[in-house]
Design a protein around this ligand. Structure first.
Ligand SMILES: NC(=O)c1ccc[n+]([C@@H]2O[C@H](COP(=O)([O-])OP(=O)(O)OC[C@H]3O[C@@H](n4cnc5c(N)ncnc54)[C@H](O)[C@@H]3O)[C@@H](O)[C@H]2O)c1
Length: 329
C-alpha cells in the first residue's frame, strides 16, 4: 500500500503517520508538507531512517508535484490545511489557498489518475448548535473563514464525486487533543502557560462547549473509514465527550498542581461558536467504531508528554502564546 499523507508534519497528520507505521510497518508513506503554521519538523524526526517513510517539502497547491505524487500512490489522506480559527479571522487568504485551492489541486490529480481521497474535515462546518447533534445530513452553517473554507472543500469534493465519479470519502471530527499539537491551540497553550506560571487567558465566559477526542482515536477512525467506508459517503467522528473550555482548563491546572487563580477572562473572539456537537452513530453502527480513550487519562498523558518533551516546544515562537491572537496579529 502506497499512501500519500498531506500535512504530515502537523498535529494529527504526524500522529497518523506514526500510528500507521506502527500498525502496518510495510505500508509506504510519502508525507508532503509545506511547513506552514501548525507544522513542527520535530514531530517525525524519529522516522528519518525508516525506509518506508519519505518526506517532501512542498505545497498541495503545486499542481505538477501533486500530480506526480498522486500518480505514484494508492490513496491520499488530506490533512494539510490552515487550521487555526484565530488566524483565519486575522487573514482568510491562506485558508482559501490551502483549504480550497489545495483540495481542488488534489481532486484534479485524483480524477486524472483514478485514485482514492480521504478528506479530513471538521465539525465546524455545521456551525454552532444550541442543542442536539449534527448527523451527516445536517446543513452547513460555518461561522469563521476557517470553517467556511473546510465546508467549501467538502462541497467541491461532493461535486467531483457526483460529476466525475471520484473515489472520495469525507471524515468530520470534533476537537482533537494529544501529543504534538501546536501551542496555539487551547490544551497545549494552557499547559505551557501554567508551566511558566503565566496567567491563563480564556475567551469570554469560558462556557463554550467542545467535544474532545484523543488524537489516536481519530487516527483509528480514519483507518476504519479507509478500509471499510463506502466511497462517496461522509462519516462524523465524535469523542462523545462534550465539555466547556473552563472545565478543561481547570482539569489541566489540577493535573499540573497549579492554582485556579491563574485563570483570567479576555475579550471573546468575533463569531466564536458556542457549541459544536456531532452525531457519530453512523460510523459506530456501520463500521463498528467508537472512541476508546478516557478523557481524564488522555489529558494526563498529554500533559506528561509536553512536560517530558521540552525539546519539541522550546523553539516555538512566543507569538504562539499570544493571549488574543485574532486581535493582535
Ligand atoms: N485539530 C483539530 O482539533 C481538528 C479537528 C477536526 C478536523 N481537523 C482537520 O484535521 C487536519 C489536520 O489538523 P491539525 O490540527 O493537524 O492541523 P495543523 O495545523 O497542526 O497541521 C496542518 C499541517 O498542514 C500543513 N499545510 C497547511 N497548508 C499546506 C499546504 N498548502 N501544502 C502543504 N502543507 C500544508 C502545515 O504545514 C501543517 O503541518 C486539518 O485539515 C483540520 O481541518 C482538525
Amino acid at each position: 500500500m502506497k499512501i500519500l499523507v498531506t500535512g504530515g508534519l502537523g498535529f494529527i497528520g504526524s500522529n497518523f503517520i506514526l500510528h500507521v507505521l506502527k500498525k502496518y510497518p510495510n505500508f509506504q508513506i510519502i508525507n508532503i508538507d509545506a511547513q506552514l503554521p501548525g507544522s513542527n519538523p520535530e514531530n517525525l524526526k524519529g522516522l528519518n531512517r525508516n525506509k518506508n517513510y519519505q518526506y517532501i517539502k512542498g505545497n498541495i497547491t503545486n499542481k505538477k508535484l501533486i500530480d506526480k505524487l498522486v500518480s505514484r500512490s494508492d490513496v491520499v489522506f488530506n490533512f494539510a490545511a490552515e487550521s487555526h480559527v484565530d488566524r483565519s479571522i486575522n487573514d482568510p487568504m491562506p485558508f482559501i489557498d490551502s483549504n480550497i485551492f489545495g483540495v481542488y489541486t488534489i481532486l484534479e490529480a485524483i480524477r486524472k489518475h483514478k485514485k482514492k481521497l480521504i478528506q479530513i474535515s471538521t465539525d465546524e462546518v455545521f456551525g454552532s448548535l444550541k442543542s442536539g447533534s449534527a448527523n451527516e445530513k445536517y446543513s452547513f452553517n460555518p461561522s469563521s473563514p476557517y470553517a467556511a473554507s473546510k465546508a467549501s472543500a467538502e462541497l467541491l469534493i461532493q461535486s467531483y464525486i457526483t460529476t466525475y465519479d471520484c473515489d472520495a470519502i469525507i471524515t468530520r471530527c470534533t476537537n482533537n487533543y494529544g501529543p504534538r499539537q501546536d501551542p496555539e491551540k487551547l490544551i497545549p497553550r494552557v499547559i505551557l502557560f501554567s508551566l511558566h506560571n503565566k496567567k491563563i487567558p480564556i475567551y469570554g465566559t469560558g462556557k463554550n462547549i467542545r467535544d474532545w477526542i484523543f488524537v489516536l482515536d481519530h487516527c483509528d477512525a480514519i483507518l476504519k473509514v479507509f478500509f471499510r467506508g463506502k466511497a462517496g459517503e461522509s462519516y462524523n467522528i465524535s469523542g462523545l465527550n462534550e465539555l466547556d473550555n473552563l472545565k478543561v482548563v481547570k482539569m489541566i491546572l489540577k493535573i499540573m498542581e497549579k492554582s485556579q487563580n491563574f485563570i483570567y477572562f479576555t475579550k471573546d473572539r468575533p463569531g466564536h461558536d458556542f457549541r459544536y456537537s456531532l452525531d457519530s452513530s453512523k460510523i459506530s453502527r456501520k463500521l463498528r467504531w467508537k472512541p476508546s480513550y478516557n478523557f481524564e487519562a488522555g489529558l494526563e498523558y498529554t500533559v506528561k508528554w509536553y512536560l517530558a518533551n521540552k525539546n519539541w516546544w522550546k523553539n516555538i515562537s512566543s507569538e504562539s502564546l499570544n493571549p488574543t491572537p485574532w486581535k493582535n496579529r
